[in-house]
Write a protein that binds this ligand. Structure first.
Ligand code: FES
Length: 650
């Protein structure tokens, strides 16, 4: 699998985890104000009387593991507890418990616990650590691809993604631009997060000073000192929390300074007599200890003060956009972008056209289709082919495509005609609209050459449903070669369909046909290139305005042609005769998106900065071409030996 493939799959499976961790981490930056907002009843101003509050909490049968001391004298105390073995949170002030609730009742605290893996125990720490490793891999593959893309396309596309419109590339650029900021931040957060989640493993590998872990034996006849005794000793040294390892109170640890400051200090006391059992002071810590102590402030951004908080806040806010664009891009290429389908019916009507009816494999409703839409059909032999959906738009339970056996099949139509059976499984892409029907009520002439009827048939259904006047004229070699004639005859469309058989009716007089149309009629034509060209030329000669002419090439373009040269990022690359530009770029290690390879899907569009192009696709509009866009799979330099200066950004 390619780097991009790994990146996408890891990103997809980590997406939810990243979202929860990112949300939890970002909200944690504002933990207290948000808790004030969410639980105003738990923050009623009340002077925090420590011992009375501890007694009040203990009277509920809870074991205290930690007490966070408030910054403001009137704020309540914040307790972390275990009641009946389950984690609880409590606030207490003025000698009474203001709010005691299981962790699930404090969504923010639940996120905090999840984020910090505390509630999950050793297994959770391991899981969070491994998730961090996967996130780091995701960041590194993303960063590597970003740098490669910047070297290939220039930095401009990364910094100026443009507002996403219909183009997939715009979303990709937006994803990259957000990633450019987010990836280094996420990499730092995952690295520091791994260090904290696997603290014992990391510290075992570093020359850290062993942390004090004093133990005091229980004294059945001895009473524990009130916690305020220990707090009083620490007054003036900015105590931030009191911890009771094991929850029994025989050992009391007082934390001086915030835990996200590298200068914090810890003091352990005997809970019975108040003797000092051990210390961990800032000035006494070895270099390895100071390194480990930096992980937390780096992770929370507090090391850089408000700037760090803002940087992490921005990362948290841009995370949803990053995830959404990543999932959107993934879904457009695979997974939800293709659907498992079953062939529910096949019918031949004596011609070389096979009418295929498809349903969702699990009976689910299919996406809405528009008139003229087409889909990618992913064949089991690895080929991807585009076919127009020729059924009635609005039908959500089945789709229809019609496939003519091509005389020069490259494996698509031949495989379908030979191997496809009712009940066969196929994957289909989402419908794409490259040949849309105009709005309005003007009459429409649908002019099909042979199998070019397929997109026009769905248009005919749409026009019939809307009550808009139309004629569908289908040109065929002879009566026996009329495509889908039997299927059409059984529908209400039949009276609106006219057939022209050149064997009996002679060559069609396009000029007379077009001149006879009502003013304002729109022409939609599809079929062999020469047929469409003749129709369009006749329409132009008859004075039809360009906005009333619509066409879609039926025959796919080929890339054959003489050699030419491209200039890309200052490097000259020769494209050999008969070789496509797309193949040349792929051969150079440039992962240009592509699908149909026949100028039909528009995924391989590049930008031409200078040089003249022989456009062979059926997808780009005159405006696209005027803006310098070309499809790399089939279009080439207009002149033999010509030179095209390219950029890979659209
Ligand atoms: S790959 Fe589909 S247009 Fe080029």
């Amino acid at each position: 699998m390619t780097f991009l493939g790994w990146h996408r799959w890891i990103g997809l499976f980590l997406g939810l985890f990243i979202a929860v961790q990112g949300l939890g981490g970002t909200l944690l930056l504002f933990r207290q104000p948000l808790n004030h907002l969410l639980h105003p009843d738990a923050y009623t101003p009340a002077a925090p009387a420590l011992d009375a509050n501890v007694d009040a909490v203990r009277a509920r049968g809870c074991t205290i593991t930690r007490i966070d001391l408030p910054d403001r004298a009137t704020d309540p105390l914040f307790f972390q507890l275990s009641c009946s073995g389950d984690p609880f949170m409590a606030t207490a002030g003025g000698g009474q418990v203001l709010r005691l609730a299981p962790l699930n009742d404090w969504p923010l605290e639940w996120l905090f616990q999840f984020h910090c893996r505390l509630a999950a125990g050793t297994t959770g720490e391991q899981a969070v650590g491994w998730m961090g490793v996967a996130l780091l891999a995701l960041c590194l593959t993303g960063l590597w691809m970003l740098l490669r893309a910047a070297r290939r396309d220039g930095w401009r596309g990364l910094f100026c993604p443009g507002w996403p419109k219909a183009s997939l590339r715009r979303w990709r650029d937006l994803h990259r631009a957000v990633g450019l900021y987010l990836v280094p931040v996420l990499a730092l957060l995952s690295l520091t997060g791994i260090g904290m989640a696997w603290n014992p493993t990391v510290t075992a590998a570093l020359p850290v000073t062993p942390r004090p872990s004093p133990q005091v034996a229980p004294r059945p006849d001895g009473a524990l000192l009130p916690l305020s005794t220990f707090l009083n000793r620490a007054q003036g040294l900015a105590p931030s929390s009191i911890r009771l390892p094991g929850g029994h109170g025989r050992v009391v640890m007082v934390m001086q300074g915030r835990a996200d400051s590298p200068d914090y200090e810890q003091f352990w006391y005997n809970g019975y007599d108040g003797t000092l059992l051990g210390t961990r002071r800032a000035g006494e810590r070895a270099a390895a200890d100071r390194f480990m102590d930096l992980l937390y402030p780096l992770h929370t951004g507090s090391l850089l003060g408000p700037v760090g908080t803002i940087l992490i806040l921005l990362a948290g806010l841009s995370l949803p956009c990053f995830l959404a664009t990543g999932i959107f891009l993934w879904s457009r290429r695979r997974g939800p972008g293709t659907m498992p389908m079953l062939v529910s019916a096949l019918s031949r009507d004596g011609t070389d056209v096979l009418l295929i009816t498809l349903r969702h494999r699990f009976g689910l409703p299919l996406p809405c289709i528009g008139a003229g839409d087409h889909v990618d059909v992913h064949l089991p032999n690895g080929l991807v082919r585009q076919y127009s959906l020729c059924g009635r738009p609005g039908r959500r339970l089945s789709w229809q495509i019609a496939v003519r056996l091509s005389d020069v099949s490259a494996g698509g139509s031949a495989w379908i005609h030979t191997h496809l059976k009712p009940g066969a499984a196929l994957r289909l892409g989402r419908p794409r609209a490259h040949f849309p029907l105009s709005s309005g009520n003007a009459p429409v002439l649908l002019l099909a050459g042979g199998i070019g009827i397929t997109p026009l048939l769905s248009m005919a259904w749409c026009l019939w449903d809307r009550g808009r006047p139309f004629t569908l004229l289908v040109c065929a070699r002879d009566r026996a070669a009329r495509p889908l004639a039997a299927a059409i005859a059984a529908t209400p469309l039949a009276p609106s369909v006219r057939w022209h058989d050149s064997a009996t009716d002679g060559r069609i007089d396009l000029a007379a046909l077009l001149t006879a149309q009502a003013p304002e009629t729109h022409l939609y034509t599809c079929g062999p290139a020469a047929f469409m060209q003749a129709a369009l030329d006749a329409a132009r000669t008859s004075g039809w305005s360009p906005d009333r002419l619509h066409w879609e090439a039926f025959a796919p373009a080929t890339a054959s042609g003489p050699a030419f040269t491209i200039l890309l990022n200052g490097k000259a690359i020769a494209v050999a005769a008969g070789e496509s530009l797309l193949d040349r770029l792929l051969g150079e290690g440039i992962a240009l998106p592509h699908s149909c390879r026949r100028g039909l899907c528009g995924q391989c569009v590049v930008t031409v900065r200078s040089g003249s192009v022989d456009h062979r696709d059926s997808i780009l509009t005159p405006e696209d071409r005027a803006a310098g866009r070309m499809t790399a799979c089939c279009s080439r330099a207009a002149d033999a030996g010509g030179e095209l200066h390219l950029s890979l950004t659209p």
